[in-house]
Design a protein around this ligand. Structure first.
Ligand code: ADP
Length: 436
């Protein structure tokens, strides 16, 4: 029987355009092997089980046992890119009622209709996370209950109940909320690939390095202007390999923890070792570890020495990786840039037109765009914009559209989903936003 068979496939990232659609792309030959047609429901079994709709894979994937799913589905499956999972065809009934809870305290007015529309035609199961982006606000909801139990498809007559109390996952630690995934990073394909090659392998397979007698990289330095996606990359990698993530802000260490900076550094490294695999992200490292000849105080000198010692002392066979970011690479103590510390450096530059278009796409993903919106045009006319500028512009355009309907709105407190449903963000909104 075709529908009880399962095959093993390797997870790959979804195309940018597919993110948020709740679909899985499977090569035609794999579909055939499982007796699947487009639109069938499959169960994906990784660390957890999740159900998704099947769409035919891209021509270049034909002949490969690849499953392309987005970050949200990867979280639901509990597996990351390059992990192997089993898939099988599954029967799904129709949902009578679906109970949904937010993962953070937020009131989404009219959210039932909104979520109903997003989930329409999709299979849902208990515990599944649903990630949406409402006017630049990433929100995560969880399916708390499905009736009848099991995998069921949401239809127009499915009753959606949206509770206000935040969802508490039943099984221990499960990735929650506002997570960053590879599909959320635009215009940095090559850079992201380099970071992944350096970090994913040692974090996932430390035994390989041990067997080969090769020292895995301990640190990667990302340098480039602010707002280009350095933090985003660090978070996404940590999330995708399910690593513990600790952030350390250079300026904060120097001010807030002044006098206890060394202690704080030690604590962070300890926390990382205890929770390995871990990624320690040090933002604005230049403020912690400036060139020693330029350092006046004894305190600063000691902190640099401490950081060097902690990195040299990392003995977890690649299970702790430090990613540091700076926009002033030349200001960093050269000792940190050699000898198995941050000896890999990757430039994260200002995006080109194509990169900007991808970033525009990412930040308008959940928005109801009017016909006259042309992201390619905006990408061309925003020379010099970095990712953070584009994210802000998209958000302002959406707010501009919203203000046409409701002049007084505090979107941080209450999101009027049913109004957002009728809203269209137009070219004029983008033009006005660009003027600011
Ligand atoms: P950096 O660490 O380089 O200063 P961040 O990664 O913190 O910059 O970026 C700030 C915000 O700008 C991100 O949260 C995201 O919304 C947006 N952004 C920046 N770069 C990109 C990018 N390459 N793709 C998509 N969004 C981006």
């Amino acid at each position: 029987m075709a529908n009880t068979e399962s095959v093993e496939v390797t997870i790959k990232e979804a195309a940018h355009e597919d993110a948020g659609r709740g679909i899985a792309r499977l090569s035609i030959d794999t579909m055939k092997a499982l007796g699947l047609v487009s639109g069938d429901v499959v169960e994906v079994e990784g660390r957890h089980k999740a159900a998704t709709l099947v769409w035919p894979g891209f021509p270049q994937d034909t002949g490969k046992a690849i499953l392309r799913i987005d970050g949200n589905t990867r979280s639901n499956v509990g597996s990351g890119i390059d992990d192997k999972v089993r898939i099988r065809k599954t029967e799904a009934g129709y949902a009578k009622k679906v109970t949904i809870q937010p993962t953070q305290p937020i009131r989404l007015v009219g959210g039932e209709q909104y979520l109903g529309r997003i989930l329409r035609g999709r299979p849902v199961t208990e515990g599944q996370l649903i990630r949406v982006n409402i006017l630049g606000n990433p929100l995560t909801f969880a399916v708390a209950k499905v009736a009848p139990k099991g995998i069921a498809i949401v239809t127009d007559s499915t009753e959606i109940e949206l509770k206000e109390t935040p969802y508490e996952p039943k099984e221990g630690k499960r990735e929650m909320a506002g997570d960053v995934h590879y599909e959320d990073i635009g215009g940095l394909d090559r850079e992201l690939q380099l970071v992944r090659e350096m970090i994913e392998l040692p974090l996932r397979h430390p035994e390989l390095f041990e067997r080969l007698g090769v020292e895995p990289p301990k640190g990667v330095l990302l340098y480039g202007p602010p707002g280009t996606g350095k933090t985003l990359i660090a978070k996404a990698v940590a999330n995708e390999v399910d690593a513990h993530f600790v952030t350390l802000s250079g300026p904060e260490i120097m001010s807030k923890y002044y006098g206890e900076s060394e202690e704080r550094l030690r604590e962070v490294f300890e926390e990382a070792q205890e929770n390995a695999p871990s990624i320690i992200f040090i933002d604005e490292i230049d403020s912690i570890a400036p060139k020693r000849e330029e350092v006046k105080g004894e305190v600063e000198r000691r902190i640099v020495a401490q950081l060097l010692a902690l990195m040299d002392g990392l003995k977890t066979r690649g299970q702790v990786v430090v990613i540091a970011a700076t926009n002033l690479p030349d200001m960093i103590d050269p000792a940190l840039r050699r000898g198995g510390r941050f000896d890999r450096e990757i430039e994260i530059g200002i995006p080109d037109t194509k990169g900007r278009q991808q970033i525009f796409h990412i930040h308008t993903r959940g928005m109801p765009l009017a016909e006259d919106v042309n992201l390619e045009d905006y990408a061309r006319s925003t020379h010099g914009f970095v990712g953070a500028d584009i994210a802000l512009l998209a958000k302002e355009a959406a707010m501009h559209a919203l203000r046409r309907i409701i002049p007084q709105i505090k979107i941080e407190e209450e999101i009027p989903a049913e109004i957002i449903e009728q809203l269209r963000v137009t070219n004029e909104d983008f033009v006005e936003a660009h003027k600011h």
